[in-house]
Design a protein around this ligand. Structure first.
Ligand code: IMP
Length: 199
């Protein structure tokens, strides 16, 4: 079965194809099926935004579509940046500016608890929908550490490995990350669905 990934990011498709390949599914990018949509992420939850993107691309392509939405939630900031992670602080900021904003929001704050969340949604033309959520608990470091990754990686510390995301190898990050967990759950859901055992 062919699936469209509701994304313009070719890295995401390589990752998804590697994980879902042994289910006998083929994943293509929206551009491969002539779809070019800018879906507004107006949802209040990661699940809502993933569903908005997946449904829009499913309708435009006529094929089952997969989308994900993710972000960082900091307890002492009331769950911010949350669904606004990509645009926290407004236009014109880069990744460093955005994590510096998180650090300055926590200056003097001892409660550093945070989590990364990823929601994956698959919308089928039949109207069926699969959703999977992965979370990685952690805390916001006092200063950036590590060179790997992107986004908020240098300031997100994971106690399980005693490293920030940016200090992990890609393999280490996949094992503990919100995205790795959501993808593993999604794979199990999809496998159940394709075998007709989905509840
Ligand atoms: P998206 O939903 O995958 O586009 O991610 C939204 C935003 O959340 C990104 O622009 C990043 O700022 C942040 N983000 C999501 N996942 C990660 C991660 O693994 N590390 C660092 N930042 C992330």
């Amino acid at each position: 079965m062919k699936f469209v990934l509701a994304s313009k990011n070719p890295h995401k498709i390589t990752e998804l194809q590697a994980i879902l390949g042994d289910l006998g599914v083929e994943v293509v990018l929206e551009s491969d099926v002539g779809v070019d949509l800018e879906v507004e992420e107006t949802g209040e939850t990661f699940e809502e935004n993933a569903a908005l993107k997946a449904t829009a691309v499913m309708k435009a392509s006529g094929l089952p579509a997969i989308a994900d939405d993710s972000g960082l939630c900091v307890d002492a900031l009331g769950g911010a940046p949350g669904v606004y992670s990509a645009r926290y602080g407004g236009e014109g900021l880069d990744d460093v500016d955005r994590y510096e904003l998180v650090l300055s929001g926590l200056r003097g704050q001892l409660d550093r608890r945070a989590k990364f969340v990823s929601a994956i949604c698959c919308a089928f033309p039949s109207g069926d929908v699969l959703t999977a959520r992965g979370e990685c608990p952690g805390s916001i470091a006092y200063a950036p550490q590590g060179e790997n990754g992107f986004g908020y990686d240098p300031v997100f510390f994971v106690p399980e490995l005693r490293k920030t995301y940016a200090q992990m190898t890609a393999e280490e990050k996949n094992q503990v990350s919100h995205r790795g967990k959501a993808l593993a759950k999604f794979k199990a859901e999809l496998e159940g669905y394709l075998n007709g055992t989905h509840q």
